[in-house]
Design a protein around this ligand. Structure first.
Ligand SMILES: NC(=O)c1ccc[n+]([C@@H]2O[C@H](COP(=O)([O-])OP(=O)(O)OC[C@H]3O[C@@H](n4cnc5c(N)ncnc54)[C@H](O)[C@@H]3O)[C@@H](O)[C@H]2O)c1
Length: 442
């Protein structure tokens, strides 16, 4: 089938490549001409496991195309995915300007029936706004004869395993009340719906809310566990024991109950905020979600507080080795990453940072540029040299079993602040390392 995808970020590019891999004929449109040119040259703008070969193969096969020419994109497919960003507006609500700009573009260039599909995470009621925008433009063009439909098809991929998630989705939520649209989307997703029925069809507003409910539920689990971690610390309990104790209950499960340095990324923080704003807009006080958010903001400061307390507030001139910059492993994405909150607090206190991340070094360079108090190091080992302490903030696989003698040899003091509970406090004590973790005491 012929498909057009507007927006070639984490969601659009991965979805487009996976659809092309299944045999669909996909054209990607983006306003970022540099990104489009680089993709045509085989340069993938993001790090996502398995994405590069998939993009290169499908591009070479002619099933994946890239363009900045909106008219060419609009006229390519009957199915038009909108996968552009929905960043928080100044007040925290989702900013729909990119989504509505794409709706306007489609309406401006369409010459035949189109199905516009909101793949971006958008508040309840957005499909109505997209439809109103398209109608308005078609009216101006005096082309009200042109038919269109707007459906919701939220994306549930996880950065770091996005390709696998799209190839083998847990569920495919389709929000539409139009039988024809449903049939077309069922055909589009048939290659991904083979081992069991994964397609869940519902009305548009429920589909829009499903995406927010999913992310807010996961964020809630994390904030809940961080709260228990803080309690454990104060009560002399070990949150890792508690985690095992509760995760074994199948009603709770082990997923998303890891205490840590707070959730980040491009989705949870903004989606929790946006749902709070949606609730506010209808006069409903989303008390629980507000707590989830404020708990997370506190949690992002916890590592710095431990460091500051250890050094009795005297951080000026100290140097900290930071392992992990991305908001989670297997991505180079640093949007809302806890590492940023920590580094910025350290800088404010007059400390220096030597940082290493397996994939996010370029992104850190792009965000922070050249500054005297940040050294981006080529290896996790070189990053330790003469630092006052090691701070671990992202649980990359190759941080999990480091050479502790080497760490002790490189650091000025045998001191580790671990924002991901990677090690056993007792073993650290035996090794002569002062070890701070989350919810486990010093
Ligand atoms: N990143 C994730 O893990 C994830 C997962 C599920 C859902 N989502 C949602 O999907 C949406 C996209 O997220 P993302 O992380 O892929 O964003 P992104 O910022 O990585 O990419 C967005 C892309 O859209 C392009 N764009 C902006 N305006 C455009 C226009 N008018 N026409 C064409 N292209 C345009 C930008 O240049 C950019 O390349 C958001 O709503 C997000 O909440 C993201």
């Amino acid at each position: 089938m012929k498909v057009t995808v507007f927006g070639i970020g984490y969601v659009g590019l991965v979805q487009a490549a996976v659809l092309a891999d299944a045999g669909h004929d996909v054209m990607c449109v983006d306003v970022d001409a540099n990104k489009v040119e680089r993709l045509k040259e085989g340069v993938i703008p993001i790090y996502e496991p398995g994405l590069e070969p998939l993009v290169k193969e499908t591009y070479a096969a002619g099933r994946l195309k890239f363009t900045v020419d909106a008219a060419e994109g609009v006229n390519h497919g009957e199915i038009q995915f909108i996968a552009v960003g929905t960043p928080p507006d100044e007040d925290g609500s989702a900013d729909l300007k990119y989504v509505l700009a794409v709706a306007e573009t489609i309406a401006t260039h369409m010459e035949s029936r189109k199905i516009l599909i909101d793949k971006s995470t958008v508040p309840v009621g957005t499909a109505d706004k997209v439809a109103a925008k398209v109608s308005e433009v078609l009216k101006k063009r005096k082309r009200e004869d042109l038919k269109f439909d707007v459906a919701s098809n939220p994306e549930f991929l996880k950065e770091g395993s996005a390709v696998g998630d799209c190839m083998r989705p847990d569920r495919i939520v389709i929000g539409t009340s139009c039988e024809e649209t449903e049939e077309i989307l069922r055909e589009l997703y048939a290659p991904f719906n083979r081992n069991r029925e994964k397609i869940i069809v519902m009305d548009v507003r429920s589909a829009e809310l499903t995406k927010y409910a999913a992310n807010c539920m996961l964020a809630t689990k994390i904030s809940f566990m961080n709260e228990i971690a803080s309690l454990a610390e104060k009560l002399g309990a070990d949150v890792e024991m508690v985690r095992h104790g509760i995760g074994s209950d199948p009603r709770i499960g082990y997923h998303f109950i890891y205490p840590g340095a707070g959730y980040g990324g491009s989705c949870f923080p903004k989606d929790v905020q946006a749902l709070i704003k949606t609730a506010d807009s209808i006069g409903f006080d989303a008390e629980l979600l507000k707590s989830v958010e404020s708990r997370n903001n506190q949690q992002k400061a916890v590592l710095f507080e431990k460091i500051d307390k250890h050094f009795k507030g005297d951080l000026a001139g100290k140097t900290f080795a930071v392992w992990g910059l991305s908001f989670k492993p297997n991505t180079d994405d640093m949007r809302e990453a806890p590492s940023r909150v920590l580094m910025e607090a350290l800088w404010k206190a007059g400390a220096k940072v030597q940082a290493y991340d397996p994939e996010a070094m370029e992104e850190a360079q792009r965000i922070y540029g050249a500054r005297d108090d940040l050294t981006l190091c080529g290896t996790k080992e070189s990053c330790l040299k003469n630092a006052d302490a090691l701070v671990i903030i992202t649980e990359w696989q190759n941080f999990r079993a480091p050479d502790f003698d080497m760490i002790k040899g490189q650091l000025k003091h045998p001191l580790i602040f671990d924002g991901r509970n990677l090690f056993e406090p007792r073993r650290m004590q035996q090794r002569g390392i002062t070890y701070y973790a989350i919810g486990r005491g010093a």
